[in-house]
Write a new protein. Structure first.
Length: 486
């Protein structure tokens, strides 16, 4: 039976969590054997092949003798293991391994069969190399992948069941011997996009979950505020297919079914009125990023690559398309988060909401929910800061031979951190929307909002007198996590 690899960021994340074993179809092995023959022919050739019989980067002009190529493998890896910072999580490290297995299985890497099988065996023993979080400029994740390779060779630490363990100790416990590299294997292990792909997958899967959380919360805000929902009409949105606005408006028409809204104004503030255009930008950005991620995962980023029975230098390690699209996701998150914070404030304003000031049932000196606006503002400041792009104007390296870099892994890390803050903003809006709904007597809610409130009120009670709301933010975020996965 053919083995089905995960093929979307969401599937990729689930596969890492599931710890499923990998089996390799013989057709894949046959493809790799065919590519490997090209490498073996080139070893003794007088033709210069980048990284096989030449140096790398600024050392491109240096020729390596055939008898030196074997020893060069270890030297190549150790000399480029210059990553720094705290280690990536075990999940990200496992994603690096998984992405290299998947991309190598598509061919062109020239990886030796024993090394490819070792990667699969490493995965099946639930191991992952410990990799520091700083070092890649996105032109292939060379320096961090070198640490990935060292773990396979038993020369650095390894993740084993959530514990950072000495490499030799981990391999011994699993009954494995350190990986021995054949010519070209060093490049196959370090010159790929594994780090960028792993972080991007987790970030995009997270973003998609948060999109659903935001949709749930906005629906409750619309009902709590009693907003004018004619903005979602088919007539208004029908010609906005490309942006995705048409589909988002349809989703809200469906979510709002079963509820009764008596809108109080001809039109509301833009944070309510432009929900479909703003949310559609985020959804469209995530969808586009998913497609670019899939393209990168399922194609070779190797340089040189085996193409048409030749080892050819390629530019495919340069993940600029994915990097810039991740920046687009980050900018869209900032726009959606800004709108969320504005709705939080609108719902607490009695002149706009028709509800008690600060959503306090007791009034007077009660602060109600207004202090939480400061927390939301602080989080929004962080979200906006993270939206500042870094995928431009990189510092040239390697004697300026590498004078362009997409900074893909750094962009992905930035997005992942931004999403942590965005998640809490969504939770705050959820708390405020729930309070607004509870303060409207005899409100007939949609099924979506009823479900959200029923789950939330089991963990977070309605505000009846002033209390510290800080712990409730995380509780609300966890409730939304559960809802968007159900």
């Amino acid at each position: 039976m053919n083995f089905k690899f995960p093929n979307t960021p969401k599937e990729f994340e689930k596969f890492i969590i599931s710890k499923k074993s990998i089996t390799i179809d013989e057709e894949i092995i046959s493809l790799l054997i065919s590519d490997r023959k090209v490498v073996e022919k080139a070893i003794n050739s007088d033709t210069p092949v980048y990284g096989l019989n030449t140096g790398l980067g600024g050392n491109l002009s240096y020729r390596i003798k055939a008898e030196e190529i074997q020893d060069f493998q270890k030297t190549l890896i150790e000399g480029r293991a210059v990553g720094t910072g705290k280690p990536f999580s075990e999940s990200i490290s496992k994603g690096i391994l998984l992405s290299r297995i998947i991309s190598a299985s598509k061919g062109q890497s020239g990886i030796s069969i024993p090394t490819f099988k070792y990667l699969v065996n490493f995965w099946n023993h639930d191991l992952a190399s410990v990799v520091p979080e700083i070092g890649s400029i996105g032109a292939g994740d060379l320096t961090q992948n070198a640490h990935f390779a060292l773990g396979l060779m038993g020369l650095s630490n390894i993740w084993m069941k959530g514990v950072n363990v000495s490499g030799p100790v981990a391999l011994k416990q699993k009954g494995l011997t350190p990986l021995k590299l054949a010519p070209k294997d060093a490049l196959a292990l370090i010159n790929h996009k594994g780090v960028s792909l792993s972080i991007s997958a987790l970030a995009l899967a997270f973003a998609r979950r948060l999109y659903l959380s935001q949709e749930i919360v906005i629906n409750a805000s619309l009902e709590g505020f009693q907003a004018n929902i004619s903005i979602f009409s088919e007539a208004i949105n029908s010609d906005r297919l490309e942006s995705g606005q048409t589909k988002v408006a349809e989703q809200f028409r469906n979510r709002l079914k079963g509820g009764v809204i008596n809108h109080r104004r001809v039109q509301d503030a833009l944070s309510f009125r432009t929900i479909a255009p703003v949310l559609s930008v985020l959804k469209h950005a995530i969808n586009r990023a998913d497609l670019l991620w899939i393209e990168d995962l399922n194609s070779s980023a190797d340089n040189p690559a085996v193409i048409n029975n030749e080892l050819i230098s390629t530019p495919n390690f340069h993940s600029i398309a994915l990097s810039l699209q991740l920046e687009a996701v980050s900018l869209a998150v900032s726009a959606v988060a800004s709108a969320s914070v504005q709705r939080i404030q609108r719902m607490m304003n009695p002149d706009l909401s028709g509800l008690p000031k600060y959503l306090s049932p007791v009034g007077g000196v009660s602060a109600g929910m207004v202090p939480i606006q400061k927390t939301a503002g602080a989080l929004l400041g962080r979200v906006r800061h993270a939206a500042m792009p870094i995928a431009f104007d990189p510092s040239p390296v390697s004697d300026s031979i590498e004078d362009l870099a997409p900074m893909t892994s750094e962009v992905a890390k930035k997005l992942l951190n931004q999403l942590d803050d965005f998640r809490l903003i969504i939770a705050i809006e959820g708390m405020v929307a729930a309070q607004a709904v509870d303060l409207r007597d005899d409100l007939v809610c949609s099924y979506s909002t009823k479900t959200f409130l029923n789950k939330l009120r089991k963990k977070v009670p309605k505000l009846v007198e002033d209390r510290g709301l800080g712990p409730d933010i995380n509780k609300t975020a966890l409730v939304l996590d559960q809802l968007n996965q159900s």
